[in-house]
Design a protein around this ligand. Structure first.
Ligand SMILES: *Cc1c(COP(=O)(O)O)cnc(C)c1O
Length: 478
C-alpha cells in the first residue's frame, strides 16, 4: 500500500490561501519556530481525497456489508443517532463547565441527558442506579468489580476470590484480576453454569460470581434462581456481564432476577458504531446495596426540577473516567431508547433472536450445532471433521461478508459463532447460508479451495501473531 509520503511530489499543493501580510515567523517568538521545515507530503487536494476514500473502502464496515461477528453485536446504527449526538448544544459545551462554581446552569441539558439515560437504563434493567462513567465493556467490568470490593470492605467481609465460568469473555477474569481478586474458573455443564459445580467452588472467601446471560454460547442460563440463592447464603454478589443485552432487552430485567451489578455495552446494543477500539460506553447498574460506592459525581435532580452534580458520596470508589464518560455514546443510547420505546426495545430483541435461530436451523444441515436448542442472539457451530473454522471465515471475506467470530468461546472445537442481529433482512441471511453451504461442499471435495482464500482482499493471510506482537505503526523517515 502506498502512503501519502510515497505519493508526494515536490510542489504539489491544495488551494493555498492568499499570503497574509505578516508571515508566521514575524508573529511568533523566535524560540517557538521550527529549526527546519516539517517533513510533510506534498499533494493536491484530489490526491488526498482519493487516498482516504480508497483506504476507507479497505476497512470492512457494517455500512458496506453483513457483519455477523458473534459476541460483538455489529448491528446497523441509524444515522439519525449520530445527528442527535452531534447537536451543537451537546458538542460545544466545555466538559469542565459543570464543575465550575455555578457552572451547572450552563449545562442543564447535558446533565438532564445523563440523568435520563440513567433512569431509562434503571427501568430497562431493574436496577436501583446507573453510572454512565465507564468507557467500555471492560472498563464497566472493572468498575463493577471495584464496587463489589468496596461493598465487602465496608462490611468487613474477608473475600479474595471471584468465580468466572469457562465460557466467559476474556475481559471477565482480566477485570477481576486487575481489581485484586484471585480468579476461580469453573467448567460449564451443557453450556451453562451448573449449580452443583458452583457449590463445590463456593467457599466463604468468594466475593462474587461473574455471569454472562445469555452467555457467549448464545444460551440462556436455566438455573439463575438456584444460583442467586447459593450466593446470598455466603454474602457473595452476582455480577452480570450485560454485553449480550441485545437478546433480552425489554424481556427480562436482571435486577428482578437478583443480580447486584450489571455492565452494558451501549456501543454494541444501543446505537454506536464500534470496532477498532471505541468510543464505547460500559454503563454500570447496581442494586440498592451498592449505591453508596458508585463513582462520583452523580447527577441528581433537585426539588425545583434542575440538575446538579453531587460529589458527596464518602464511600464512593471515586472517578472511573473524566467528564462523566463518553457522553456522545450514551446520548446516542438515550436517543435510541427514546425512539424505540416500550414496544420497540423488546421487538428489537425478538428479531435479533429470531434471526439467530433462523440461521441456526438453516446451517444445521451442513455444520454441527453442538447445543441443539433454541438459542438467543447468537449460536456456535463446528465445521465437518478436518475442515478449519479459519478457512471458512477467510472464504467469507472473499465474498464480501465479515467472518463470524472464530475459536471463541474456547470450549467449542473449531468454533464458528454467528450473530446476525435484528437489522439484517432475510435475503442477507439466506445469502450467507448459501455461501456457507457452498464452501462446506467445495471444501469437502477439494480442501485447497478453502485454504487459498481470500484471493482478492487487500491483504490475504498474514502472520497474525507477528502482526500483533511487532506492529509497524510508523513511517520511517528517509
Ligand atoms: C464485548 C464484550 C465484552 C467487552 O466489552 P468491550 O467494550 O470490548 O471492552 C465483555 N463481555 C462480553 C460478553 C462481550 O461480548
Amino acid at each position: 500500500m502506498r502512503t501519502l509520503f510515497d505519493k508526494s511530489a515536490k510542489g504539489r499543493t491544495a488551494v493555498v490561501p492568499a499570503m497574509p501580510e505578516k508571515q508566521a515567523g514575524d508573529m511568533l517568538p523566535q524560540n517557538l519556530l521550527r529549526a527546519k521545515p516539517a517533513h510533510l507530503p506534498e499533494l493536491s487536494e484530489l490526491d488526498v481525497i482519493r487516498h482516504f476514500t480508497e483506504n476507507s473502502h479497505k476497512n470492512f464496515s457494517v455500512d458496506g456489508n453483513f457483519y455477523p461477528l458473534g459476541s460483538c453485536t455489529m448491528k446497523y446504527n441509524a444515522k439519525v443517532l449520530e445527528h442527535i449526538a452531534a447537536l451543537p448544544g451537546f458538542t460545544q459545551i466545555h466538559p469542565l463547565i459543570a464543575q465550575l462554581k455555578n457552572g451547572e446552569q450552563y449545562t442543564q441539558g447535558a446533565l438532564q441527558a445523563v440523568y435520563e439515560a440513567e433512569q431509562l437504563l434503571c427501568e430497562i434493567n431493574g436496577m436501583k442506579a446507573f453510572t454512565m462513567q465507564p468507557m467500555s465493556g471492560a472498563n464497566g467490568e472493572f468498575t463493577g468489580v471495584m464496587l463489589i470490593a468496596a461493598y465487602h470492605k465496608d462490611k468487613g467481609n474477608k473475600k479474595t476470590k471471584i468465580i468466572v465460568p469457562d465460557s466467559a469473555h476474556g475481559t471477565n477474569p482480566a477485570s477481576a484480576m486487575m481489581a485484586g481478586y484471585e480468579v476461580v474458573n469453573i467448567p460449564s455443564v451443557d453450556g451453562m453454569v451448573d449449580p452443583d459445580v458452583l457449590e463445590k467452588n463456593l467457599t466463604d472467601d468468594v466475593a462474587a460470581l461473574m455471569m454472562t446471560c445469555p452467555n457467549t454460547l448464545g444460551l440462556f442460563e436455566r438455573n439463575l434462581p438456584k444460583i442467586v440463592e447459593k450466593l446470598r447464603k455466603i454474602d457473595a454478589l452476582l455480577y452480570y456481564d450485560g454485553a449480550n443485552l441485545n437478546a433480552i432487552m425489554g424481556k427480562m430485567r436482571v435486577g428482578d432476577v437478583g443480580f447486584d451489578v450489571v455492565h452494558l455495552n451501549l456501543h454494541k446494543t444501543m446505537g454506536t458504531p464500534h470496532g477498532g477500539g471505541g468510543p464505547g460506553s460500559g454503563a454500570v447498574g447496581v442494586s440498592e446495596r451498592l449505591v453508596p460506592y458508585l463513582p462520583v459525581g452523580r447527577v441528581e435532580k433537585t426539588a425545583e426540577g434542575t440538575y446538579r452534580l453531587n460529589f458527596d458520596y464518602p464511600k464512593s470508589i471515586g472517578y472511573i473516567a473524566p467528564f462523566l464518560g463518553n457522553f456522545s455514546v450514551y446520548v446516542k443510547a438515550l436517543a435510541y431508547i427514546s425512539r424505540l420505546g416500550k414496544e420497540g426495545i423488546p421487538r428489537a430483541a425478538e428479531y435479533a433472536v429470531l434471526n439467530a435461530n433462523y440461521l441456526r436451523k438453516k446451517m444445521e444441515s451442513f455444520l454441527t450445532v453442538p447445543f441443539d436448542r433454541i438459542c438467543m442472539h447468537e449460536f456456535v457451530s463446528t465445521p465437518p471433521e478436518g475442515m478449519k473454522a479459519l478457512d471458512l471465515a477467510k472464504a467469507l471475506l472473499e465474498y464480501g461478508i465479515h467472518a463470524p467470530t472464530i475459536y471463541f468461546p474456547l470450549i467449542v472445537h473449531e468454533c464458528l459463532m454467528f450473530e446476525p442481529t435484528e437489522t439484517e433482512n432475510k435475503d442477507t441471511l439466506d445469502n450467507l447460508v448459501t455461501l456457507m453451504q457452498e464452501f462446506v461442499e467445495k471444501g469437502k471435495q477439494d480442501p485447497s479451495f478453502l485454504q487459498q482464500m481470500p484471493l482478492t482482499t487487500p491483504l490475504r493471510r498474514l502472520d497474525e501473531t507477528l502482526a500483533a506482537r511487532s506492529m509497524v505503526l510508523k513511517q520511517e523517515e528517509e
